[in-house]
Write a protein that binds this ligand. Structure first.
Ligand code: PBG
Length: 344
């Protein structure tokens, strides 16, 4: 008996419509929920998520951020309480962002490497209570800068090499406090290499670097700057963050960061830069991280508040798309909300 072989698509076009119909029924694999799960190509899980959290001075404070509904700023005591739930929900990693009082800000971001500063104090407290929870700390001067810039300012220019020296001190201070990863988000040239050398020389060979490699000068960061009161006091960030129109430059930045010793490379923002995520995935074998930034979060929240979209479905679709585009990990303010939904 001769078994009939499915015909290649080319020949089917020339044969009858009915044969095409027999061989080409993609809907067969969509028929039931179990089947769809069986053939699903991308799985978004809690293990993929890093939860960014906002921290401030004081006690007993948990305050909302108007442009980021559902995301709060915590004093350390309440952050520690909140982390009990966060870790119980299975979230493995957080990223910390501090609101620094104005009187502690200066042009050189001196407070960024104060060993008794808000971030190192928080890291020590979190690590002693939740040793398993991975902590990513941010490296950049903007929360500490009186000018609201990521580097030292002189005559309206953001100085590069002078800033990198401060960033290295900041990284050492956070590593000493117990951060698992330091995350340079400043876009100064050469900072990943300088931080790696500084960490290694001080014996912190196990502290990793999450490099914000392709960070664009984006309008999607607005709500985050509200959260940290860190908007630039003059000009914009276009002399250090990348032009949204560029692709090759992102690949160049990734190559540099990889050669300088990055462990993880990031694309930021995510949603308007899916093509960049996809291309970077093809140029590096390091894990690729996407930052689902504050503006992306705020847009979904705002539309959902008006009842214009189904929030939980849109969140799942958006984050799954980021993974499909090539992101291995995602920083997202939706992490806890998703974890709660998955638990229930
Ligand atoms: C600054 C920093 C920014 C974000 C993370 N780190 C803002 C900026 O570059 O002005 C934005 C995150 C978000 O919008 O969610 N170093």
């Amino acid at each position: 008996m001769v078994l009939s072989q499915p015909k290649p698509i080319e020949s089917e076009v020339e044969t009858s419509d009915s044969l095409t119909a027999i061989n080409q029924r993609p809907r067969r694999l969509r028929r039931t929920a179990a089947l769809r799960r069986l053939v699903r190509e991308t799985q978004l899980t809690i293990d993929d998520l890093i939860y960014p959290m906002f921290l401030r001075e004081g006690e007993g404070i948990r305050e909302s951020i108007p442009s980021m509904p559902g995301t709060d700023r915590y004093s350390l005591d309440l952050l520690l309480e909140e982390l009990a739930e966060v870790s119980r929900l299975g979230i493995n990693a957080i990223a910390l962002f501090p609101l620094i009082p104005n009187e502690q800000k200066d042009n050189a971001g001196t407070e960024s490497y104060n060993p008794e500063g808000l971030v190192p104090r928080a890291v020590r407290a979190i690590k002693s209570q939740y040793p398993e929870l991975l902590i990513f700390t941010d490296i950049a001067l903007d929360p500490y800068s009186s000018a609201g810039h990521d580097g030292i300012v002189e005559d309206g220019i953001i100085l590069n090499d002078e800033t990198v020296e401060v960033l290295v001190k900041q990284a050492l201070c956070q590593a000493e406090a117990g951060a698992d990863f330091v995350s340079p988000s400043d876009m100064m040239d050469g900072r990943v290499g300088a931080i790696r050398q500084g960490l290694d020389a001080a014996g912190y060979t196990q502290v990793g670097i999450l490099a914000y490699s392709a960070k664009y000068a984006s309008a999607y960061y607005g709500p985050f700057r509200d959260a940290l009161d860190s908007a630039p006091q003059f000009g914009d960030k276009k002399t250090y963050q990348m032009d949204p129109a560029n692709t090759r430059e992102a690949l160049k930045e990734v190559n540099l960061d990889v050669s300088e010793g990055a462990d993880l490379v990031m694309v930021k923002p995510a949603l308007a830069y899916m093509d960049i995520i996809c291309q970077i995935k093809q140029t590096t074998n390091l894990p690729v991280v996407a930052y689902n930034v504050s503006g992306e979060y705020a847009m979904i929240k705002a539309a959902a508040e008006r009842g214009w979209i189904d929030e939980s479905a849109v969140v799942l679709e958006t984050l799954t798309s980021m993974k499909r585009a090539g992101a291995d990990l995602i920083l997202t303010y939706f992490a806890k909300q998703l974890a709660l939904a998955w638990k229930s």
